[in-house]
Design a protein around this ligand. Structure first.
Ligand code: ATP
Length: 284
């Protein structure tokens, strides 16, 4: 097995007729089986990076390699080895979920998952015979994932897989992605969803203006850049009040505790969104 599933060094993209690099020299190395997340505001360069790595954008400088081979050398064989789940809609609306997957399965030369297994992997068995147009947004997103999984790819590229989903559907999608990584697939995703980044990703890269401002595990990023706080609820003149203290403000907190009015006390960890602001000076 090659050392890295995905590699880039000095990767740079400038779209014709534009003044600035959309991707301004990034380096990354993603290990097999890792879930790697790209986080950044609109226009940071996330989709452009994915388009290079999935062979959809050929004009770039630097190195971009998938499964040990430069993207430009792969040709169509790349699409037997990677699964791509990009923006919706990506189905034939008049065909059922089952017919959609059968149609996409027919496009692959190599072995593919039986359609019923692909449906089961994303919990769509019960609606297999419903037209894609009549599926809920969460179901469509899962159908999109099933399509990306059909040919048992080694690497999955997902663009905003939980975007626009309610918390329950987003949790379902996160669980499916986690299962795929547990089965040995490498996952490279872009997201604005902090829960997805935090819970799912082994490492995240903060992308800002085409560059990586930080790359690490969510935990290490929070420890290095985030400041937890302590939130106290206390009674004052019959009202319940709330105060938040930086974890360095121990004397203030001690003073409040000494009043004997504190009813609840809990710590609030820094979120990745807080850390993003600390590192880039920008809100996600
Ligand atoms: P989003 O979260 O909105 O999808 P992103 O981080 O994926 O944003 P990109 O879509 O990669 O960002 O865009 C990076 C930069 O490149 C932006 O400034 C964007 O305007 C520019 N850009 C993207 N596609 C093109 C294009 N086809 N031609 C010219 N400029 C482009």
């Amino acid at each position: 097995m090659q050392e890295f599933a995905i590699e880039a060094s000095g990767l740079r993209v400038r779209y014709p007729g534009t003044e600035a690099d959309a991707v301004a020299g990034i380096d990354l190395a993603v290990a097999p089986g890792e879930i790697f997340g790209l986080l950044g505001p609109n226009g940071a360069g996330k989709t452009t990076t994915q388009h290079v790595l999935t062979g959809q954008l050929r004009r770039y400088e630097g190195r971009a390699a998938v499964l040990g081979r430069p993207v430009g050398e792969w040709g169509p064989a790349l699409y037997q080895r990677i699964g791509v789940g990009f923006e919706l809609p990506a189905h034939f609306p008049k065909l059922t979920a089952r017919e959609n997957l059968a149609a996409f399965a027919a496009l692959y030369d190599g072995p593919v998952l039986p359609v019923r297994d692909a449906l089961a992997a994303v919990s769509l068995t019960d609606v297999a015979d419903r037209r894609a147009a009549d599926l809920s947004k969460g179901m469509k997103m899962r159908l999109n994932l099933a399509r990306a999984l059909l040919h048992r790819p080694d690497v999955l590229f997902l663009d905003e897989p939980t975007s626009g989903l309610d918390p329950a559907n987003a949790a379902d999608v996160r669980a499916i992605v986690a299962e795929q990584a547990a089965a040995g697939r490498t996952v490279f995703l872009t997201t604005h969803d902090m829960t997805a980044a935090d819970e799912l990703c082994d490492r995240v890269a903060f992308m800002h203006e085409g560059r990586f401002a930080a790359v690490d595990t969510p935990r290490a990023l929070k420890l290095a850049h985030g400041h937890g706080t302590v939130v106290a609820e206390y009674a004052e003149n019959g009202d319940l009040r709330r105060a938040e203290y930086a974890s360095t403000a121990v004397p203030d907190l001690r003073r409040l505790l000494a009043t004997g009015t504190v009813e609840t006390l809990h710590t609030r960890e820094a979120s990745l969104a807080d850390v993003f602001i600390a590192v880039t000076g920008r809100r996600l």
